[in-house]
Design a protein around this ligand. Sequence first.
Ligand SMILES: Nc1ncnc2c1ncn2[C@@H]1O[C@H](COP(=O)(O)OP(=O)(O)OP(=O)(O)O)[C@@H](O)[C@H]1O
Ligand SMILES: [Mg+2]
Length: 341
Amino acid sequence: MDFKFPSTKRIGIDLGTANTLVYVVGEGIVLNEPSVVAVTAEENRVVAVGHDAKNMLGRTPGNVVALRPLRDGVIADYTITEAMLSYFIDKVCGRARFFKPEVMVCIPSGVTQVERRAVLDATMSAGAKIAYLIDEPLAAAIGARIPIAQAEGHMIVNIGGGSTESAVISLGGVVVHSSVRVAGNKTDEAIAAYAKRKFNLLIGETTSETIKITIGNAVVPTGKELKTMEVRGRDNITGLPRTIVLDEAQVNEAILPSLLEIIKGVKEVLEQCPPELASDIIDKGIVMSGGSSLLRNIDKLMTEKTGVPCHVAEDALLCVAKGTGVAMENIELYKRSINKK
Ligand SMILES: Nc1ncnc2c1ncn2[C@@H]1O[C@H](COP(=O)(O)OP(=O)(O)OP(=O)(O)O)[C@@H](O)[C@H]1O
Ligand SMILES: [Mg+2]
């Protein structure tokens, strides 16, 4: 009979502003849920986490609030983050676990020492035996199968929900990096602000994200008909429900300033990059990952503005989680770039 002796699970967590993914060594990605927690307004008791909680965003009755524990890529609410981590760790390890898991968490490279401690502490309180931290650009690069250990420069740009991380990596370490707290969420907010400014229409964050995913485009297409979409919201003056039609060019006008801020961060890294590595990057191009790299033509806009060929990695939404898991699996190899508690 096949008996598998229970052992310590080793897991990698991509703790994202928009989504949290969990990778179990030996199994792969086993969980992918929105980073949302619903709590009761009075006593802060957790009522739902992940998908269930996201469905409640903007639709909760007075006594329940749906919160995103992370803002702009960092922990905004420590207690809620810990509750979310425990829930996800329990979900993949089982509540009545005998051995505590070893957990590696991925965080944006721009977070401060205080924020790093907060993530390590939250992970330990959530039930980890040992907690490790890995920087998001490194995890993204490993997940995008970039050969980071070689003595040549590689550049990765991970555009998530709350932050954009750009980094040049060589010999397994980050050489230069920049972290801007502008990514998918800011483009969503920009669409909502545009609808309010131009049409006096109030729309929620779920609606603006849907607009972006459906007709968002980093470059306005020329010579063909623009995609359009019906958008429902509430009239800011009458307070009544109303429908408008938005087109690709309007959405582009709304999001372009945020996209240019993202690109500014990328250019900063290119400017600080040592010449030898810069020449490697011009040769090999920039690899993009993260959910917001799926915005239509963002690679085209990035190539045009930086003058360096850019392309989107395979499974862009999963790179960071995969890379975190692979780093957990090969911890000796990546020891130099990892924090531990
Ligand atoms: N097809 C798409 N087009 C444009 N944006 C998309 C698409 N799919 C997902 N996104 C956006 O990707 C973002 C989520 O990406 P991701 O899961 O990489 O972020 P995260 O890891 O949670 O955030 P962060 O790394 O900033 O903490 C959201 O803003 C979402 O709207
Ligand atoms: Mg991320």
